[in-house]
Design a protein around this ligand. Structure first.
Ligand code: SF4
Length: 899
């Protein structure tokens, strides 16, 4: 297989990325010896060390070398030996050292003063006492107490609540930034010890539409490709994916491939983004931007329609008949209802010009790319040859109230044309968090168990109970416990007094929607235990107990990137005093609470702290490997290698720069795992039968999905009541959500009749514009990159991208301070009018009627509610996809007011 290579000159030429990337390029040090860290002997009394890790930011999972001086993390450089990035990284990864010691907590845990006073009473007072100072993280409201005392109080209160109100009254919000070992233990603790199903993670808002779409069609949450397929593809499409900002290294690889092989590319996005522009800069003739708003399913179905009518040679009827179900309904359905002319009403309305000609052009490109693959595989055995079409998508495409259907629709089209389960083609979801895949792998979500299995699978429940050393009945209890609505549902249940306590582990509550009307009122009522690194983090506002935590670079463990690559994350430096790895704190609290609930905590969590005071994460990983035996994600090959070659699992992962799961045998583990999945691409091993697809019948399950706007106004009007009308909960309105999902609707609908007026002439209570929330290249989520001086200087403040003609209509000038208001709340931003704006970064264009703000800067002004004006999720809707639980942050109705 050809190794991806991009010279510094090639990179600069192919990705002349404006502001941020240009700065990023100047900081690239992997291939530039002058910028490499000076050798240790050149300095006097400086102890320099390095450690390897996966970048702590996006799910691309670039290899990074962490550099320390005298025991402190001081800088990063790209790992030139890592097969994901070969010595390149973007600005976020390169500056990942900057925020590590800024605003850090250390020392003893913080406990809210009134909670501690109550606990200190004889008999520990009222164990359900609710603090009166929530909403503030001011020092005056906290006392510092020793770690063991804070743990003891936490354990007693949680055990009391679990006994009185059931384990399911205890919730946990975990993270795609935790190590995989920590995630595995969190799930053990919640389901195995507490018997709770109220466990969610920020992966819910990131990837679960892809997860559930993969399950429904292919039978396993498995992105089937590897990054090296990018360089084998004959066409790449991106849906809801501004790869150039969200996953820069993937964009750079794809752009480099386009430049070398002149492949066609299609970017489906309401905004004209840097991704669309970057491809056009390489070759405008075979680069298409499709500015759809919400109509992706109709667009995909329409391409299928054109292929069935005009490009019959690329339909893989043999594959459909032998390896799929539902193909007849799908092909009949798209033929009958999805011609390019028929779907015109579902492309997003005025300013979303997706003409029948454009659809036919894209279908023609798709057919040509498929023909190239067919030509290469002519006369060869099924699955041999390579190329065809890759469809990538990002978080934006998942964040729909019909997100699962979005994924299914991609798989449908690729399956129909045989662009599946072969090198160089297929569906490829790009993960947001660096270890969101770890959260999926370890099953740290409602209804899941580790290794791609549902909690309702009795055989796997018994298997996990044995490996977790917990009573099987606890897992049965967890299975029977309901958490409808997933992350949103657990917050609504807290508002209804059904959830009594929350653990927040390496995740913030402000990534959830409807913060002002739903999330914060819920957290005001519950007992909240927060593991956190920064003193002024939003979670601390609602924390009853804050445990200062160690962070990336200070902990040992593993992350899994978007291509199923399990990467080493080595500890480079000791954490500040009193800060423990999240994994260690899960073990301590799990053991204490298990004992209070009458279980044997020492048996469930048998590990002892090492001499350095921390637990050995590799021991936990060996536990994970043993438990994975015989499953979809079998890793037992690593233990076989350990036995025969005397190389520990961590050493293997370090030397190979990651292994792609599954790795069920010695040979596969030695070869770096499984690159591609399905249709026997995994090979066949004794007792490890990876065959065609992972559904029960071994076939791809196709399902025709719809966008149908015939009752749009009537249904959306009801959706808009959530967060606007008191006492209306999504979990009490499941049939409504189903209807909205099945018809492919949006959570809001703007009052378009009010558009075109000056901002102060728009009628009160009217919301004329679309508002989308997303990410900006320089920042990652809401904590670290905001605290990094370099990235903060590049994009320092909240902005809203606005079309120049809308700004003119509204009477707003570039740089004006405005308020964006929805039915749920508001935030402030600077108007960034067009790409000539003086407000940074000014690089994307929005269509008329559509505004865009990044969520990364939400608390960059201040996390203190008294000063915080940039919290975008005050405006978002909580309506969720019926199966994936994901919500839509992209299509809110807003009004604009000048401040
Ligand atoms: S943020 Fe993503 S693309 Fe950038 S260096 Fe990190 S992993 Fe790579």
């Amino acid at each position: 297989m050809k190794r991806f290579k991009m010279s510094r000159r090639d990179f600069l030429k192919s990705s002349s990325f404006i502001t941020g990337a240009a700065t990023g390029a100047s900081l690239m040090v992997g291939n530039n010896p002058e910028l490499e860290a000076a050798p240790a002997e050149a300095a006097v009394n400086v102890d320099r060390k390095t450690a390897i890790a996966q970048c702590p930011y996006c799910g691309v999972g670039c290899g990074t070398v962490i550099q320390t001086e005298n025991g402190k993390i001081v800088s990063m450089r790209p790992d030139k030996d890592h097969p994901t990035n070969y010595g390149l990284q973007c600005i976020k990864g390169l500056t990942a050292a900057e925020p590590i010691y800024v605003d850090r907590m250390e020392g003893d845990p913080y406990v809210r003063k009134d909670v501690w006073a109550e606990w200190s009473k004889p008999g520990h007072g009222d164990l359900e006492f609710v603090s009166q100072t929530k909403g503030s993280f001011d020092e005056e409201h906290f006392v510092r107490v020793p770690y063991e005392d804070a743990e003891e109080m936490t354990a007693h209160k949680v055990a009391h609540l679990a006994k009185k109100y059931t384990g399911n009254s205890i919730g946990l919000y975990g993270s795609g930034q935790l190590t995989m070992e920590g995630q595995y233990l969190e799930n053990l603790f919640m389901k195995g010890v507490l018997g709770s199903n109220t466990i969610e993670a920020n992966a819910r808002m990131c990837m679960t539409s892809a997860v559930t779409g993969y399950f429904a069609t292919l039978g396993s949450d498995t992105p089937p490709l590897a990054y090296e397929d990018i360089e084998l593809a004959d066409m790449i499409m991106h849906f809801g994916h501004n790869a150039r900002e969200a996953h820069p290294i993937i964009f750079w690889r794809a752009a480099d491939h386009k430049r070398k092989k002149d492949i066609p590319t299609v970017v489906v996005d309401p905004r004209y983004t840097g991704t669309a522009k970057g491809y056009e800069d390489i070759n405008p003739k075979n680069s298409v931007h499709v500015p759809i708003l919400n109509g992706d399913i109709a667009f995909l179905n329409s391409i299928a329609h054109v292929l069935l009518k005009d490009h019959k040679d690329v339909i893989d009827w043999d594959f459909l008949k032998a390896h799929t179900t539902g193909w007849k309904e799908y092909t009949d359905g798209v033929l009958n209802g999805y011609s390019p002319e028929q779907v015109q009403d579902r492309m997003g309305g005025p300013n979303h010009d997706v003409s029948p000609e454009m659809i036919r052009k894209v279908a023609g490109m798709f057919a040509d790319a498929t023909r190239k693959r067919l030509a290469r595989s002519k006369g060869k055995q099924e699955g041999k040859g390579y190329g065809g079409v890759i469809i990538m998508w990002g978080i934006g495409y998942n964040q729909h109230i019909h997100g699962q259907h979005n994924t299914i629709s991609i798989v449908n089209l690729l399956t129909m044309t045989g662009n599946l389960a072969k090198p160089g083609c297929g569906p490829f979801s790009m993960t947001g968090q660096p270890n969101a895949m770890g959260e999926r792998f370890t099953g740290g979500l409602t209804g899941r168990l580790p290794f791609n299995q549902p909690l309702k699978n009795a055989k796997h429940r018994a298997h996990m109970a044995k490996h977790w050393r917990v009573p099987e009945k606890n897992l049965v209890t967890a299975m029977k416990s309901k958490n409808p609505g997933y992350a949103i549902g657990m917050m609504e249940r807290a508002l209804k007094d059904e959830v009594k306590a929350f653990f927040f582990v390496y995740a913030t509550h402000i990534d959830l929607p409807d913060v002002d009307k739903l999330i914060r009122p819920a957290l005001n009522k519950t007992f909240n235990v927060v593991q956190e690194i920064y003193r002024h983090a939003p979670n601390n506002l609602y924390a009853d107990v804050i445990f200062p935590a160690a962070t990336w670079g200070e902990v040992d463990g593993l992350y899994i990137s978007s291509e199923r690559r399990i990467n080493r994350v080595e500890k480079a430096a000791e954490p500040p005093p009193g800060c423990y790895p999240d994994m260690d704190m899960v073990i301590d609290k799990g053991r204490n609470i298990a004992n209070l609930l009458g279980l044997d905590g020492d048996k469930i969590f048998p590990w002892k702290r090492k001499k350095d005071g921390f637990y050995d994460s590799q021991e936990i990983f060996r536990d994970v490997i043993r438990a994975s035996e015989g499953t979809d994600t079998d890793l037992t090959g690593l233990l076989e290698v350990e036995k025969l070659d005397k190389k520990t699992p961590y050493e293997q992962l370090r030397d190979l720069r990651g292994i792609q799961w599954p790795a069920p045998s010695y040979e596969i583990a030695k070869a770096g795992g499984t690159k591609r999945r399905y249709m026997m691409q995994e090979g066949v091993w004794k007792n490890k039968p990876y065959g065609y697809f992972r559904t029960k019948d071994g076939k791809v399950h196709m399902k025709l999905c719809h966008i149908d706007y015939s009752k749009r106004e009537e249904i959306t009007k009801k959706l808009m009541e959530f967060g606007d009308k008191e006492g209306v909960y999504t979990i009490d309105n499941i049939p409504l959500l189903k209807q909205a999902r099945d018809m492919g609707l949006t959570p809001d609908l703007p009052d378009e009749a009010e558009r075109g007026k000056n901002w102060d002439k728009v009628a009160k209570g009217k919301y004329p514009y679309w508002l989308g929330l997303g990410v900006v290249y320089e920042h990652f989520h809401t904590a670290k990159s905001n605290r990094s001086p370099t990235t903060r200087r590049l994009v320092p403040e909240m902005y809203v991208e606005m079309h120049p003609d809308d700004a003119k209509d509204l009477g707003i000038k570039d740089g004006d301070k405005v308020k964006l208001i929805t039915r749920r709340g508001e935030f402030q931003a600077k108007a960034q009018v067009g790409t000539n704006s003086l407000v940074k970064p000014a690089r994307n264009s929005v269509p008329r009627g559509y505004m865009f703000s990044p969520w990364n800067l939400s608390v960059a002004d201040s996390a203190d509610p008294k000063k915080n004006k940039w919290l975008v999720n005050n405006t978002s809707s909580r309506v969720w996809d019926l199966v994936s639980g994901q919500v839509d942050f992209k299509k809110l109705a807003c009004r604009i007011e000048k401040v």
